[in-house]
Design a protein around this ligand. Sequence first.
Ligand code: ADP
Length: 269
Amino acid sequence: MRSNTTSKNKQDNAVFNAKGVKVYYGNFMALQEVNVAIPDKEIVAFIGPSGCGKSTFLRCFNRMNDLITGARVEGELNYQGKNIYDDKINPVKLRRQVGMVFQKPNPFPKSIYENIAFGPRTNGYKGNTDDLVERSLRQAALWEEVKDKLKEKGTALSGGQQQRLCIARAIAMKPDVLLMDEPCSALDPISTQQIEELCHQLKHQYTIIMVTHNMQQASRVSDWTAFFNTETDESGKRRGKLVEFSPTGQIFSSPQTKEAEAYISGRFG
Ligand code: ADP
């Protein structure tokens, strides 16, 4: 894997450090050894053709793969100096620090207010819940649109609003990192633009790791880009690998690998 750090050396400031991370589904190795440092308070995009392991790797960061029968992660994924795959790590607590936003907006079938308040309250939040709801919705650039209808169902909002509500819900837990799995793929262009602008604002407080199938989105939004690809294993199965991790400006103008160059110039994928 090529990793270029000369033009923008943020690697010393990593929030996550993956060392030899491999992911299996049963006997199938879906992702071969990944070594990468995720810089703190930056936006990292995962790009690459379908099936190359982007979502699989994203799910490693908050141990969501634990919830998939047959999935197994090997190697080390260090966060705050600890391997999150260590037996002593509580995955539920980890998921409070490393929140997730999914492809399809999935608000709870509750009021807008409760969508935000529910998680923190369940986790023993002692502060003023009204303030927390307002602050989270403001941070997610949704407050002005919903402040007069907080009692209405979150599911009644538009798709783009629902996705911002899900981001607000994640933020309310005061995470450190936000994982986003193709957060705009179900949204119209205006909602997509709103989410992209929101990401730019949020990165001052959170590290964002985003899977996107849209290269323009990666180039607009991210500071760093990880390009994944597939290769054929001994038994003829296609497994994923991380090919290049570079500053976004660089990977799109002068990729360090022929594979990234071919993908970015549209020759496959
Ligand atoms: P991407 O996000 O890049 O499209 P994925 O991470 O979804 O790729 O998938 C990587 C590989 O792992 C693919 O071969 C896919 O079929 C396989 N895979 C993903 N999820 C599962 C699962 N739950 N069970 C078995 N195989 C899976």
